[in-house]
Design a protein around this ligand. Structure first.
Ligand code: UDP
Length: 245
């Protein structure tokens, strides 16, 4: 199999394969935060995030959402349909945290009356700014029809994922999705869904720091990052297997 490197990002390496419609994603242990101002490594993260993403993509596929996932040839590698990634981060929030608290003053942990869908511009030089609907159109980052479909898909993913995680005794606080367009023009859910891209709070833990099961442990130096990621993987595998047995 040919495997020339196409792209290396902060958390993944993308390789070409013999099939021009398929690429191989290799998940790295490297971790960054605050627009790469904080850098580090989380032991075993690549394999954990790859397996969590695989199961969550398979689950969402079962719910009728089309994703780029094909299969995982190894624990830290995912074969996916080649897509052109839209330069957007689609964030869905159920509970106030992170930049929403910093930018609005809402208190951490406030339950939102309804899920909030936000678009951020994937542009490191600009610091991934929050976009308005009109800015999305102005910059031609998505068509009006694509914006409607992205919002609807993001809200569907939120409902399905919140239910799934609830069965894992985890609260889905917020998460980020990325979408891509394949060679036939189809819009697909892409990238990853993992503790790097979701805020997850442990329902079995009342302590505000101990309940954090996601990349905030790395961002805020809370320690036991690997344990939290491993715990999320174990719960996701158990729930996925229970649903598919
Ligand atoms: N997120 C992400 N990649 C980013 C920015 C955010 O995966 O580049 C995720 C983040 O993990 C969280 C959600 O999107 O689950 C909302 O993040 P927020 O805007 O609060 O930014 P942060 O506080 O992480 O800087």
């Amino acid at each position: 199999m040919s495997c020339s490197l196409l792209y290396e990002g902060k958390a993944k390496i993308i390789y070409a394969t013999a099939d021009p419609e398929i690429v191989l994603v290799d998940f790295k242990d490297d971790a960054t935060a605050f627009n790469a101002l904080k850098r580090g490594s989380i032991n075993g993260k690549g394999a954990i995030n790859c397996q969590i993403s695989e199961k969550l993509f398979q689950y969402l596929q079962q719910c009728g959402i089309t994703t780029h996932l094909i299969d995982c040839p190894t624990l830290k590698q995912m074969r996916v349909r080649k897509v052109k990634i839209l330069p957007l981060e689609v964030v869905v929030r159920n509970i106030a945290a992170g930049s929403l608290c910093q930018q609005t003053g809402l208190p951490l942990g406030e339950i939102l009356p309804q899920p909030l869908v936000e678009f951020y511009y994937k542009n490191d030089a600009l610091g991934d700014p929050l976009l308005t609907h009109d800015r999305l159109l102005l910059l031609k980052l998505a068509t009006p029809d694509q914006i409607d479909r992205l919002i609807a898909l993001a809200l569907q993913c939120d409902r399905y994922l919140s239910e799934f995680f609830s069965n894992c005794n985890l609260t889905l606080v917020d998460f980020k999705l990325e979408f891509g367009i394949d060679s036939s023009g189809q819009l697909l859910l892409a990238d990853e869904i993992s503790p790097d891209t979701c805020r997850l709070w442990d329902n079995l833990e009342a302590d505000l720091k101990n309940r954090v099961m996601d990349k905030d442990r790395f961002r805020q130096d809370l320690g036991k990052v690997e344990n939290a990621y491993q715990q999320v993987l174990e719960r996701v595998l158990a729930q996925f297997n229970a649903m598919n047995s």
